[in-house]
Design a protein around this ligand. Sequence first.
Ligand code: ADP
Ligand code: MG
Length: 156
Amino acid sequence: MHTFKTESAQQTEEIGKQLAELLQPNDVILLDGDLGAGKTTFTKGLAQGLGIKRYVKSPTFTIIHEYHDGRMPLFHMDVYRLEDSSGDDLGWDEYFYGGGVTVIEWSQFIQDYLPDTFLKIQLNRDGQSDETRVLNFQAQGTRYQQLLDQLKERLK
Ligand code: ADP
Ligand code: MG
């Protein structure tokens, strides 16, 4: 577990961007935290770090947006709307093992379908100011332990 604190949307994007440069095909990143915590903001930076030029916007209504113009595909999901139907397997594994990077906002809503290993980032507001966010990184599995260690090194 590792914690980063940011004081602006730009700083949160920058962490996403730095992480992206370390990512490999089939990596899965989970983003949890309340509305406005910065999950989509983080993903924008991550997309930028993958070299994606298309505008990244929240897939709230469509569940999944795919971007194929970076160095790897990005599968960006917002599964909030599946809260009441999380028993349905919508073919998640095709994304998780599809050779790209999968980012899942509100991942807790499809808990039963998540892979065994992943990097989970919990984003929270912090009382200090409207723009303060605390990002808690938790790695599950050796690949993601390693990834988190590399990220810590990069952001030192
Ligand atoms: P979510 O996807 O978690 O609902 P968004 O990324 O869509 O959240 O929205 C976060 C909002 O908070 C944006 O308007 C962003 O500009 C603002 N914001 C302010 N400070 C920060 C910060 N430190 N990190 C991320 N977003 C921030
Ligand atoms: Mg969002």
